[in-house]
Design a protein around this ligand. Sequence first.
Ligand code: SF4
Length: 362
Amino acid sequence: MENENKLKELVAPLLWWYDENRRILPWREEPTPYRVWISEIMLQQTRVEAGKGYFERFVKELPDVEALANVEDQQLMKLWEGLGYYNRARNLKKAAGIVMEKHSGRMPDTVQGLLELPGIGSYTAGAVASIAYGLPAPAVDGNVLRVLARIESDERDILSAAVKKDREKKLLQIMPEKRPGDFNQALMELGALVCLPNGEPLCEKCPVQSLCRGYLNGTAAKLPVKKAKKARIAEEKTMLLLCCKHRLALQKRPDKGLLRGLMELPSLPGHLTAQEVESLFMQQGEEPDSVKELGEAKHIFSHVEWRMQGIFVALNREYKSLEFLGERPFFWVSEQELAHQVALPTAFKYYLDCFLSEEKKP
Ligand code: SF4
């Protein structure tokens, strides 16, 4: 009970601070359920500043649930290009289809109804319910977990599901009836602007300093506790830029696993030199016009890290497939198509730039 009362004391100063300091963001100015939903999914792994442009472009081209339900996959992937986690975009479309079919195009207006849609977990359901519908539902993300761990000087692991559940339960008890959406956003905003991650909270600017045990006890900078995750697996790969007269060969990834169903550069396991790649062509009786190394690049996914080496190969014809690349068919695309139509995941960005930019071209 004491805890609940303490937490309740946060509400008024946080709302006051939020009114004075909140950032003007495109989804905040017109918080319809659709816009809040899109923004929350988009911002799960993207910084707010970077997300603004993506959001504006997305809702301009797909202004409502119906447009999203009917979008071509290729256009959807292009709109999502650069954000990563393509499954999220696929789930958006899937959920939009369900909203059209089962809810006549209107987003469900209960937490339970929202949770039944693909890709919507307790955080997103809480955000849409509270911000767009004014329901008293908590929205607990990493920012909120960090802020609360410091305020309560709580050393429990914030990556644990039980801790998150406990936070949701306690916040639900203190949600202000009148402004639940603003309260949730105030907590997130405090985490984004003041109670910063990596041991750098700006306590002297904080509206709840006098209520914060982490500040008063001097433990804030060491919180929150996050138990180390399993180390990522490192994979070495050689990315091939197979080019023929300004067209580039792409392959489609398998329908399961990482980046499933998306386009990719053909690749080989391990780090190969230009000579080794050339000899693979020679063994098949093919002779490339030129073969050059493009340098190294790295891309980090949640569980895997790709350590890449790039090789540029100029060819004199557009092969349908190549045996040493698993006979998977090639899709030959122009620079124009790559710039406007075909989405290539960010993991390949470094090498795509080598193909598109005049300065980096080998
Ligand atoms: Fe975070 Fe410091 Fe504010 Fe506590 S006083 S909530 S540690 S910024």
